[in-house]
Design a protein around this ligand. Sequence first.
Ligand SMILES: *[C@@H]1O[C@H](CO)[C@@H](O)[C@H](O)[C@H]1NC(C)=O
Ligand SMILES: *[C@@H]1O[C@H](CO)[C@@H](O)[C@H](O)[C@H]1NC(C)=O
Ligand SMILES: *[C@@H]1O[C@H](CO)[C@@H](O)[C@H](O)[C@H]1NC(C)=O
Ligand SMILES: *[C@@H]1O[C@H](CO)[C@@H](O)[C@H](O)[C@H]1NC(C)=O
Ligand SMILES: *[C@@H]1O[C@H](CO)[C@@H](O)[C@H](O)[C@H]1NC(C)=O
Ligand SMILES: *[C@@H]1O[C@H](CO)[C@@H](O)[C@H](O)[C@H]1NC(C)=O
Ligand SMILES: *[C@@H]1O[C@H](CO)[C@@H](O)[C@H](O)[C@H]1NC(C)=O
Ligand SMILES: *[C@@H]1O[C@H](CO)[C@@H](O)[C@H](O)[C@H]1NC(C)=O
Ligand SMILES: *[C@@H]1O[C@H](CO)[C@@H](O)[C@H](O)[C@H]1NC(C)=O
Ligand SMILES: *[C@@H]1O[C@H](CO)[C@@H](O)[C@H](O)[C@H]1NC(C)=O
Ligand SMILES: *[C@@H]1O[C@H](CO)[C@@H](O)[C@H](O)[C@H]1NC(C)=O
Ligand SMILES: *[C@@H]1O[C@H](CO)[C@@H](O)[C@H](O)[C@H]1NC(C)=O
Length: 822
Amino acid sequence: MAKMNLSLFGLFMIFFLLFNLCLSCPGDQKQALVQFKSLVMKATNSSADDPLFGLYTWNSSSDCCQWERVICTTSESRPVIALYLDSLVLMSLFEVTTISSMVLTPLFAVTSLMILDISSNYIQGEIPGHAFANLTKLVYLDMKQNNFTGSISPQVFRLRSLRFLDMSGNELTGDLSKQVSSLQNLRELSLEENRFGGSIPEEIGNLSKLRRLSLRGNSFVGGIPSSLVSLKELQVLDLRENSLSMEIPDEIGDHLTNLTTLVLSDNKLTGGIPSSLQKLGKLETIRFENNLLSGEIPSWLFDIKTLKKLFLGGNKNLTWNNNNNARIVPKCMLSQLSMKSCGLSGKIPGWISTHKSLVFLDLSENQLQGPFPEWLAEMDIGSIFLSGNNLSGSPPPRLFQTPSLSVLSLSRNNFSGELPENVGDAIKLMILMLAGNNFSGEIPKSITKIYRLLLLDLARNRFSGKPPNFDPEALLAFIDMSYNEFSGEIPVSFSLDARILALGSNNFSGNLPWNLTNLSKLEQLDLHDNGITGEFPRFLSQISTLQVLNLRNNSLQCSIPDEIANLRNLRILDASSNNLTGKIPAKFGNLVGMIDTPNTLSSTSDLFTFSIEFNDLIVNWKKSKLGLPSYKLEIYSLLDLSKNKLSGQIPTSIGSLKGLKLLNISYNNLSGNIPVSFGYLQSLESLDLSHNQLSGLIPPTLVKLKQLSTLDVSNNKLEGKIPVGGQMDTMNDPNYYANNTGLCGMQIQLPCPVEPPPPKQQQDEKEKAYWVSWQGVAIGYPISFLFTVVILWFSGYFQAALALSQQRRRISIRQNSLRSVF
Ligand SMILES: *[C@@H]1O[C@H](CO)[C@@H](O)[C@H](O)[C@H]1NC(C)=O
Ligand SMILES: *[C@@H]1O[C@H](CO)[C@@H](O)[C@H](O)[C@H]1NC(C)=O
Ligand SMILES: *[C@@H]1O[C@H](CO)[C@@H](O)[C@H](O)[C@H]1NC(C)=O
Ligand SMILES: *[C@@H]1O[C@H](CO)[C@@H](O)[C@H](O)[C@H]1NC(C)=O
Ligand SMILES: *[C@@H]1O[C@H](CO)[C@@H](O)[C@H](O)[C@H]1NC(C)=O
Ligand SMILES: *[C@@H]1O[C@H](CO)[C@@H](O)[C@H](O)[C@H]1NC(C)=O
Ligand SMILES: *[C@@H]1O[C@H](CO)[C@@H](O)[C@H](O)[C@H]1NC(C)=O
Ligand SMILES: *[C@@H]1O[C@H](CO)[C@@H](O)[C@H](O)[C@H]1NC(C)=O
Ligand SMILES: *[C@@H]1O[C@H](CO)[C@@H](O)[C@H](O)[C@H]1NC(C)=O
Ligand SMILES: *[C@@H]1O[C@H](CO)[C@@H](O)[C@H](O)[C@H]1NC(C)=O
Ligand SMILES: *[C@@H]1O[C@H](CO)[C@@H](O)[C@H](O)[C@H]1NC(C)=O
Ligand SMILES: *[C@@H]1O[C@H](CO)[C@@H](O)[C@H](O)[C@H]1NC(C)=O
């Protein structure tokens, strides 16, 4: 079928080429296209003959039917019927420029257009006013992955021939702006916004020829418009990732008889699954996950013979009646099934085995018990998510012999025993997550044979012995073996691509091996709570990519080397509870990563992401432990050198670490004054200087620390008046000032001899809000965090492959859309 289409397409092309030789496109259309090109060039600062610029073949002295991305008809006047203007800008991937939507204006004069694809171009702003009024022949309109804002222009709803409409990945809302302009007062506005404001316009029902409609990833609110039922020819409806609410209209099943794909996930839809869906005899895909649906999951879903993909997870109140398990005989043959948090209990239901072609199974966050069934191991499923259940025993060895297994998540269950010796047979495995079980024994050596393994999470088990030597050339980049009973020297035989290495809370001992520096892409190194001895490893300063270094609670000695200050990316350094001596290096003031206000994820990171739970970094926060979410660790900057034997004065330069949220140098032998420069630590929320030999005054500059919520200066030799004003007024726990030489002030209700304390200010409420918000953060993150794994090297690959694939991709898109037109 595909082959035939390809050759047909080839014939088309030859046909076009032949005709191109004698005929050329209409002059006014060429003019419009040239104008469009020059607008885009200007907007993107591109050069006309740069082959990476998508329009480089558009040369005004040639026939526009011969340009790339342009297709004309074969009729005599040769009007342009198709423009494939996708990804014009994506080529300069890492220098994202945005283009104003005004560049599109010339295109709206090409009235013969049937196909217009302007997807993936970073076009910004509203769709120009009367834009589509004259493009009455449009059949295929693809505007996805831009940044269009405002509402869909009404002209779009007059394009009666439209069969394909994709506006996903923009920031479109309903017709709010127009309503706002006609409204008189603000009160009415908020009402309107709730009722119709950003909803999908009812006029969508006028596009009665539509076969595919995608409004994915916009900002629509309100209900799904009932006029959708007029789209009788609709095959694909994708409204996911908006904020749609209310119930799914029951009429959908009564009218959209040709529907194959219904995707409503990641909205706020309520109510139950409409029973009319069982009338849809062609339905292949139902994706309702992550809404607010409720009620019992109807078992008739499994009677829809054509159904292949069913996603229901993440609806808190949508539950499965476990009595169905015994009697259900599915009539469909699913390839993908997600029933995450659907209240499944008992054993893993046997009816799953009837879906012989299953490639994706997510039954995580249920109350399933019993062993990993042998029949499930034999099914050869690509991705299996069973985390957050109460499964026990050991996964059957058969599982690892299935040729497709690429993702296996068994975290947070009650599995026990040793991992099967043959785990390495799963040569396609990319992600293996076994955290939070009772696995014991050594990790089977065979695991090192899995070249593609990218993420290995074995945390919180009872694994012991020495971890095996991994292949330095392998892909393994994310490794968490913390909270186990591993012993021996710190292992360093990992992939040279390792980004995160977490080995904390084990029984490793000895000096850190210097060739750890071969792991030159390491971003996080977590070795806390082991028995590491020797000097503070100077060579760590060679791993310039390091962002997080956790050496807490080991037995490191001697002084902290100055070189550590060369780690430009270091944002979190925890060397507390060791035996470090000497001074705090004055060079620490150069730690760039702790100076810059932390920023958010870089733009490359969302190219290839998938969300999984992985590696929470646990640090001391105030007087307790706090887990930091790996997926946005970027926003934290901490320096903890407490519980060592550091001495001398605190270097003034520490005051330049403006990004620090926490500074803890308590329980040392530091002497001298608290630096006045601490007043510049503008992000600081917690400052612990207790249990040292600090003397003199608490510097009045601390009043400038607007984020401060915890200050402990107890057990020093401080004296004089505690500064008043700003956050200092709320620092009134006497325990945090205790055991000093002579502190006084209103905070500890001890009047100073000279000056009476000023009247208390009315700031308490606001200050507490800060505290609460940080606490909220701490409570909001459970033991394991959602972590977005960023496969950065894929993006490198992506970049190189992009240019090559452009041509091929365009042709395949052309083929598809031509097929849908003709
Ligand atoms: C465009 O490129 C020129 C030269 O490459 C550069 O000087 C100019 O700043 C760029 N303009 C914009 C808006 O990027
Ligand atoms: C257009 O192409 C012709 C020949 O192919 C070339 O001589 C001319 O310089 C090109 N013009 C532009 C503006 O690139
Ligand atoms: C549509 O065509 C009419 C008549 O040719 C013209 O006046 C109008 O400007 C066109 N609209 C757009 C948006 O090009
Ligand atoms: C889209 O535009 C909005 C507002 O103009 C902006 O805040 C947002 O960052 C833009 N998004 C992208 C992906 O460019
Ligand atoms: C949609 O169709 C209705 C009649 O079916 C008509 O009244 C209305 O004007 C149309 N809307 C648009 C935007 O064409
Ligand atoms: C549904 O699809 C079939 C076959 O593609 C077609 O013949 C029929 O007209 C379609 N039904 C509607 C209501 O469009
Ligand atoms: C879920 O059910 C509980 C109790 O049955 C109810 O209190 C809660 O409001 C429901 N939540 C939603 C989102 O429907
Ligand atoms: C887990 O299953 C075991 C039986 O295998 C049972 O004793 C235990 O109570 C279950 N735990 C939970 C949290 O459901
Ligand atoms: C784990 O399974 C054992 C039996 O194998 C059971 O005694 C124990 O309660 C289970 N643990 C949990 C947390 O369910
Ligand atoms: C470090 O050296 C040991 C022993 O020489 C070797 O097994 C290991 O692979 C090396 N590690 C790295 C990352 O080079
Ligand atoms: C620190 O060193 C002293 C002796 O110098 C030793 O007694 C103590 O156990 C060491 N502490 C740690 C945590 O290694
Ligand atoms: C003050 O010092 C005494 C004696 O060393 C100690 O018992 C007490 O706990 C200290 N108070 C505080 C708040 O640290």
